[in-house]
Write a protein of this length. Structure first.
Length: 346
């Protein structure tokens, strides 16, 4: 054995002896590095390309970063996109459960499929929070650690109706183009069978009728919340009905913007466009209100939903009483209010 190797072993043995002696005495204290606690939230969305859902996810990620700086906590948010397929979303939930995420936040593709996801989450002991797309109440009551965060869809329909009613009352000659005292409208609906689409469609018109406005539905078609599909529907209606369309009631802003795209492509001046209202108050919709092509929308509070999701997730992961951080109704619901936003109609 060479001197160099012998010297190495002697130093190694000496170091080990010193370490042993330190550990056997109370006078030798080594600082212990505390690991930062990590909260892992799995977020499954029905379609991240949806303008409102994309905004909500961005708000959630921003709020998580802010909370990380405020508290000794790391928040890991993993967003998966179902791209409109419940089968795909089911597989994604399976993977998130297998990875043992602390909380699942689900913007479900098909609200009638919630029971399957709830049973999976319950078996794994992982709390599940649905948001923006409300499951049926019976499913939410399947397990104590199931929640829903969102707004009451019928309220958005009522507010849409009230926005139109206000214009009808104040600028009736501008809205009632043919002077027949009847509001002729077209309806752009979200996906078939979706609760928000059904309730917004029903309550927007019901609000007008209840206020004494004579209404006539010229046409109503599904455009699946999509701007391009809505533009195609509006183009068809313009060819069939032309200027007899006095109002466009849209279940969301993207479809309302699609109608505006069609009107612009048809080179219809802004002052000759029908009254148009949407729901969500997305950034592009607010821009359209500023430039006078969209007369109103209803704020669906993406930031408020994101805040509730984060607060609820943190409470559930730490074993705290969720009612201490969010206002729960019937032990399962966090309701946020809608707000009307209007512009001008010239």
């Amino acid at each position: 054995m060479t001197r160099t190797i012998k010297s190495f072993f002697i130093r190694l043995l000496a170091s080990a002896l010193v370490l042993f002696l330190c550990l056997m005495t109370t006078g030798c204290i080594f600082p212990i590095q505390k690991e930062t606690e990590t909260l892992r939230i799995g977020v499954a969305v029905y379609l991240q390309e949806d303008t409102f859902i994309g905004t909500l996810v961005q708000d959630l990620e921003r709020l998580a970063q802010e909370r990380e700086t405020e508290e000794d906590l790391k928040i890991n948010i993993n967003v998966v996109d179902g791209r409109g397929s419940q089968t795909t979303q089911n597989d994604q939930i399976d993977r998130l459960i297998a990875l043992d995420y602390d909380v699942l936040c689900v913007n479900i593709v098909d609200r009638t499929s919630a029971a399957v996801l709830i049973d999976k989450a319950q078996e794994a002991g992982i709390p599940i929070i649905f948001f923006n797309r409300e499951p049926v109440e019976e499913d939410l009551l399947r397990w104590e650690h199931v929640y829903y965060v969102g707004a009451m869809a019928e309220d958005s329909g009522v507010l849409q109706g009230e926005i139109i009613l206000d214009y009808w009352s104040k600028q009736k000659e501008r809205v009632d183009r043919n002077g027949d005292n009847i509001l002729q409208y077209v309806m752009l609906e979200g996906e078939p069978g979706h609760q928000d689409a059904l309730l917004r469609t029903e309550y927007s018109v019901q609000t007008l009728s209840s206020a004494g406005v004579n209404v006539e539905k010229i046409a109503s078609e599904t455009a699946n919340w999509d701007r391009t599909q809505a533009a195609a529907r509006m183009t068809q209606w313009l060819q069939e009905y032309g200027t007899s369309i006095e109002a466009v009631i849209s279940n969301n802003d993207d479809m309302a913007l699609g109608a505006i795209d069609s009107l612009k492509n048809a080179e219809i001046p802004k002052e000759e466009m029908p009254l148009i209202v949407g729901v969500d108050a997305t950034a592009p919709a607010l821009d359209a209100i500023k430039n006078g092509t969209l007369q109103g929308t209803v704020l669906n509070d993406a930031d408020g939903i994101a805040q509730a999701l984060l607060s609820l997730s943190m409470a559930l992961a730490s074993g705290e009483d969720p009612s201490q951080v969010v206002e729960l109704e019937n032990a399962h619901y966090v309701w946020l209010p809608y707000q009307p936003i209007t512009g001008t109609f010239s």
